[in-house]
Structures are given as structure tokens and as C-alpha cells.
Design a protein around this ligand. Structure first.
Ligand code: GTP
Ligand code: MG
Length: 73
């Protein structure tokens, strides 16, 4: 899942243009949630370990200046 994302801008620019909003990424163990989160933040593939608890990141886009607090379990 996570590595299958295309570039960050095309995904984020297709979302409604709110000033900021929260997105929760839910899925089965080892589904690619953390990979997807860090792909959105850094636009690159990051090697992961199984998440204990959750990750939360704030992502700002350059195109529309919206900020996206993201978390995943
Ligand atoms: N082939 C392939 N592997 C992927 C893709 N996305 C993630 N992975 C791999 O799948 C494994 C699990 O990815 P994670 O992002 O850690 O999965 P997760 O859903 O956060 O897992 P938990 O934190 O254990 O719930 C890692 O080895 C990733 O490298 C993908 O799109 N394609
Ligand atoms: Mg994880």
C-alpha cells in the first residue's frame, strides 16, 4: 500500500481545500500504513518496523498551503 502511492502533491491536491484537517490511517498489521504516512511526508520510501502505539505527523503541502496532521496505528 504505502509504496504504491504516487507523488505527494497529486494525492493531497485531490483532497478538499480546507485550511487543515486530520486523517486517520487504519488497517491490518503490516498493511503499509506507516510506509504510506512517511511517503506522504518525505515523498520517499522509508524502511519501517512494526508500530507500537501510533505515529503522528503534521504534513504541509506546498501547492495549497494546507497542513495535514496524520496519525496511524
Ligand atoms: N511490496 C510492497 N511492500 C510494501 C508496500 N507498502 C509497504 N510495504 C512493506 O510492507 C511492510 C509493512 O509496512 P508498514 O508500513 O510497516 O506497515 P504497517 O501497516 O504500518 O504495519 P504495523 O505498524 O505493524 O501495523 C514493510 O516491509 C514495507 O516495506 C507496498 O506498496 N508494496
Ligand atoms: Mg506501522
Amino acid at each position: 500500500m504505502g509504496n504504491g502511492l504516487s507523488d505527494q502533491i497529486s494525492i493531497l491536491s485531490s483532497l478538499p481545500s480546507f485550511q487543515s484537517f486530520h486523517i486517520a490511517i487504519l488497517g491490518l498489521d503490516w498493511a503499509g500504513k506507516t510506509t504510506g504516512l512517511y511517503r506522504l511526508q518525505f515523498n520517499e520510501f522509508v524502511k519501517t518496523v512494526p508500530t507500537k502505539g501510533f505515529n503522528a505527523e503534521k504534513i504541509k503541502t506546498h501547492s495549497s498551503e494546507i497542513s495535514l496532521p496524520l496519525s496511524n496505528t
